[in-house]
Design a protein around this ligand. Structure first.
Ligand code: FAD
Length: 464
């Protein structure tokens, strides 16, 4: 299903605009460029129209209109995971679907499709519970969980996708329905990590986990200390309890005036930590890392659920990011030396080279059947470069490819959709059997590919 500008101009969008409570923005409108822009400014997007849904009924109207006029339809709450796969589609923004309902006794939250992790986590302050949140407070719960979702708490509880209990969606026939394992087990399996290909989600019910005490923060060192700090990180991860998750990073801040003077144009090494537990335990677990270098700054302390999104100090404003990742079987001395020799040099072109600890319940949690499945590998390497102008995209991608190539001998297999860069193909996220099964579900629920996710299981591959 494709839409060219000529066919798009013949589509009766005013009919759709008249039916919805939200707003419809078309290419001729002044605000279209802004409405079509994703959080990731490095991804040029060309939807045929952008619909800001106010209600779930707006989403029903949008999907039925798309079916009637042979348009693909996509949801994009924010666009942290934007790709060009949504080009030509009717793009639905879900920010206004922001209801949050929490049943603390049952440890369940129901969230609208526009709810960001920061909003849900703030609502959980004081409850003794947390969601399976990742490093950014700015991504939506729904986008994260549909894409797999590697959380700080995944080593103890599995992927974010596997916490999905029920989903309210508009399917590819335009029907608005709740699904759970008792009504449609194969669709639920696909929704748990298979991406945005299986209906436009209007709300989702997820499981919460106990977090009576939370501690975490960042340890910052000079980049010269990276070999000793990363080695200590690797050692601690081999004995870490599942309640502890650590990330190690090398950071190169560009010399741009927007950045504070103390970091502008400088490089550092950081270890970020979150523990489902108390300060004394975390201090004991981090001692070998804290003593491995000259500690420039520590933000380690007690955390409320709402503060977890601050640990990594990631940007929340729109950013021109080019990313890539690979899961690794181990992080031995050879892997560390090879990566750090390259990535510690600011000339490598990366802004960040990061290793996140996986394992634990990511690998062996048998809870709910999920397309995100057990996540292969003990670690995931994540590379980030910036492309503030379009000409910078190819060099940024090349810098990422070089860094990931260095780690190829340690590759463990597919990661999750949430770890893919916008140039990646869906085959990097799923084993062949899983991808086949996802395609079967797509074929049986949406044979005309009305609903299009950022990484289509059955369609055109995003292009470089
Ligand atoms: C700074 C940063 C930190 C991150 N940290 C982590 C992390 O710690 N762990 C992790 O796993 N990932 C992480 N990610 C990746 C992130 O989880 C994914 O990119 C996620 O898809 C982004 O969520 P979003 O709300 O912006 O979704 P968008 O990018 O807007 O949407 C992503 C896709 O999800 C699907 N989708 C979203 N909403 C709906 C809906 N209502 N109905 C149907 N489909 C829908 C669509 O296919 C859509 O294209 C991070 C990304 C960034 C930029």
């Amino acid at each position: 299903m494709t839409t060219t500008p000529t066919t798009a101009s013949r589509i009766p969008f005013p009919d759709l605009a008249a039916r919805i409570e939200g707003a419809l923005t078309l290419p001729a409108d002044d605000e279209f460029v802004h409405a079509a822009q994703a959080w990731n400014l490095a991804v040029p997007q060309h939807p045929c129209a952008v619909l800001h849904a106010r209600t779930a009924a707006d989403v029903v109207h949008a999907v039925r209109f798309a079916i009637d006029h042979s348009l693909p339809v996509s949801a994009q709450p924010g666009g942290h995971g934007a790709t060009t796969a949504t080009d030509g589609s009717l793009l639905i923004r879900t920010a206004a679907l922001d209801d949050i309902w929490i049943d603390a006794d049952a440890r369940v939250a129901r969230v609208g499709a526009g709810v960001k992790w920061g909003q849900l986590q703030s609502a959980l302050d004081g409850t003794g519970l947390t969601g399976l949140v990742g490093s950014s407070p700015d991504v939506t719960v729904v986008g994260f969980c549909l894409s797999g979702g590697l959380s700080w708490f995944g080593r103890a509880h599995g992927t974010g996708a596997a916490t999905i209990r029920a989903v309210e969606l508009v399917d590819a026939t335009g029907a608005h329905r709740w699904v759970d394992d008792s009504t449609d087990a194969s669709l639920m399996w696909a929704l748990r990590g298979g991406g945005g290909e299986f209906g436009i989600v209007t709300a989702m019910e997820i499981a919460l986990v106990p977090a009576p005490e939370l501690t975490g923060g960042r340890l910052l060192f000079p980049v010269e200390d990276a070999p000793r700090v990363w080695r200590a990180f690797a050692e601690v991860t081999t004995v870490a309890p599942r309640e502890l998750t650590l990330f190690a990073s090398v950071l190169h801040f560009p010399p741009i005036p927007e950045l504070p003077e103390e970091i502008r144009g400088r490089s550092f090494c950081a270890v970020d930590a979150v523990l489902l537990g108390g300060a004394a335990t975390l201090a004991m677990l981090l001692r070998p890392i804290a003593g491995a270098g000259t500690l420039l700054r520590s933000t380690i302390g007690a955390l409320q659920p709402s503060a977890i999104g601050d640990v990594c100090e990631e940007p929340v404003d729109p950013t021109p990011a080019v990313t890539g990742s690979a899961s690794l079987v181990s992080l031995d001395d050879d892997a560390l030396t090879a990566l750090l020799t390259h990535a510690s040099d600011p000339a490598c072109g990366l802004v960040q080279a990061q290793i996140r600890h996986l394992g634990g319940a990511f690998r062996d949690d048998p809870t709910l059947p999920a397309a995100s499945g057990p996540v292969a590998g003990e670690y995931v390497a994540m590379m980030l470069a910036m492309a503030p102008v379009p000409e910078a995209t190819a060099p940024a991608q090349a810098a990422i490819d070089v860094a990931l190539d260095i780690l190829q001998p340690w590759y463990a297999g597919p990661t999750t959709l949430s770890m893919l860069g916008h140039h990646d193909g869906v085959d990097l996220a799923f084993a062949p059997d899983t991808l086949r099964r996802l395609r079967d579900v797509k074929e049986s629920t949406d044979p005309r590919c009305v609903v299009r996710g950022n990484f289509p299981v059955h369609g055109p591959r995003p292009t470089r």
